[in-house]
Design a protein around this ligand. Structure first.
Ligand code: ZN
Length: 479
């Protein structure tokens, strides 16, 4: 175990319910450790043995079949098979893999955050095994999905915790900079079992080598991640990477600058006349930071419907809770579903409050709205990416969409809770890793091929540099 990281003694894990830890239906590891499977030489090239490229291709092919959209359970129930990257290599641990039901050999199910594409199929009838997540995520899945509390084990951030029934694997939660409750999982331990549905068998099962895996869930990479004591100066064997925007065309600005720009623009509008209503479109959870900043800038409460308010209250965010009101006329800032931020719908929405508000500014925050400046290099070198000259971003950078009128202004906002291409590159260039495994946009061979090229370029550049140094950053919160 890493000697430099103090193991805090923690109380035995307790589920959210006060019941004794439940019996679970998951199969206990059956293909258990076997000394014969040790790699022949302890000095053999770890990278090549982790998974040869042929085996990796086979594993991806399997994964593609497993993820087919038209999968239907057969008469006997049936079960969608979990692709290899959903189960940590050599460990009985699955991450964001609830749609596969009871996965063979898996004894611990982890959830990175409470967005629906990560908890697919998780519901009140879950009984495949204990679920580990942050406290915020635990509250959300119990509230939104009615998952039985006896399965839900909230873990603290930053405290290495031994995961029961995993052969001694320790997990540490690291803040993801995504949505409330989101985290990265840092796993450290031996490989003890080939769990999961993949035909790939790790030759390290049963060996004494300690493996370190960093599962990024969904995250927005920041210098804080690579400065974390478990990452900085350490060798991470596998990184499971949120590759949502792994394409040079996604070059949106740092989130704190975008938040300040929205807050400043709102402040200016409301200073002009108090008949402006500021409307922010959001998904179920996420984008709360932008809402809080705007509310403070215009010195207002925040209104949303009661269903949304109950979800926000799960997050135990005292600052946000103090801002909420159930009276729409008491708040200059309204939180609405993202789909409401269109000219027709926003017009209908503001009609409801016409005694108080006559103008509406609708913010539509999503990374996808960003159009790169013309002349953006589609195939930059890694060196030119990390030394990229930064453009500023302020309230004048926010331009109303074409269909806006004097009284109804729609602002697409390049607000992202995923890393930009630039940030992914800075992240990958800042620490020592053995293998990057893409977890998003992996459905097509074409897309996987494009991403693999970038990972290959990162590897080549790291090799060329000979050592891993944190890419210089503008601020501890962003590169
Ligand atoms: Zn997410």
């Amino acid at each position: 175990m890493a000697k430099s990281v103090g193991r805090t003694e923690v109380k035995p894990l307790q589920p959210l319910s006060s019941l004794a830890p439940p019996e679970f239906e998951g199969h206990l590891p059956s293909r258990n450790s076997n000394e014969d499977t040790k790699p022949s030489s302890p000095n053999s090239n770890v990278f090549s043995v982790l998974m040869s490229s042929h085996k990796e291709n086979e594993a991806w092919k399997e994964a593609t079949v497993a993820e087919k959209r038209d999968f239907r359970p057969n008469k006997n129930g049936g079960r969608r098979k979990a692709p290899f990257y959903k189960v940590m290599q050599g460990m009985p641990i699955a991450v964001d893999a609830f749609r596969y039901g009871t996965i063979p050999g898996v004894t611990a199910y982890f959830l990175t955050h409470a967005h629906s594409d990560h908890y697919t199929n998780l519901a009140s009838n879950w009984k495949s095994g204990p679920i580990y997540c942050s406290e915020g995520t635990a509250n959300l899945i119990v509230h939104m999905l009615a998952v039985d509390k006896k399965w839900v084990y909230p873990l603290p951030y930053g405290v290495p915790t031994e995961v029961p029934n995993t052969g001694g694997v320790h997990v540490t939660l690291i803040e993801a900079n995504h949505c409330p409750g989101s985290c990265l999982f840092f796993f450290e331990g031996r490989q003890t079992v080939n769990a999961g549905d993949s035909a790939f068998e790790s030759p390290f099962v049963g060996s004494s080598k300690i493996f370190r895996y960093l599962h990024c869930g969904d995250f927005r990479a920041s210098p804080r991640h690579v400065l974390h004591p478990l990452v900085n100066g350490k060798r991470i064997d596998h990184v499971y990477l949120d590759t949502t925007y792994l394409d040079p065309k996604y070059t949106f600005p740092p989130q704190p600058l975008v938040i300040s720009a929205c807050a400043e623009l709102s402040r200016r509008l409301v200073a002009e006349t108090e008949r402006w209503l500021i409307v922010v479109g959001t998904y179920s959870i996420g984008k709360e930071r932008i809402v809080k900043a705007i509310a403070h800038a215009v010195n207002s409460k925040v209104y949303c419907d009661s269903r949304k308010a109950a979800i926000l209250r799960c997050q135990a965010d005292a600052e946000l809770n103090a801002l909420l009101t159930s009276d729409p006329l008491e708040a200059t800032v309204h939180l609405v579903p993202l789909g409401t931020i269109t000219s027709d719908r926003l017009k209908a929405y503001i009609e409801r409050f016409k005694g108080k508000f006559s103008k509406a500014a609708g913010f539509r925050p999503t990374g996808w709205t960003y159009t790169p400046p013309t002349g953006t290099n589609e195939l930059p070198t890694i060196a030119s990416i990390v030394s990229h000259p930064h453009r500023g971003f302020n309230h004048t950078s926010l331009r109303p969409a074409r269909q806006s009128t004097a009284a109804l202004q729609l602002f697409p906002v390049p607000y992202s809770e995923h890393s930009s291409f630039f940030e992914l590159t800075c992240f990958a260039m800042s620490f020592d890793w053995g293998k990057m495994i893409a977890t998003v946009n992996v459905g097509s061979e074409n897309s996987r091929g494009k991403m693999a090229k970038w990972v290959g370029r990162w590897e080549a550049e790291r090799k060329k540099r000979g050592k891993d140094e944190i890419v210089p950053y503008r601020h501890i919160d962003y590169w």
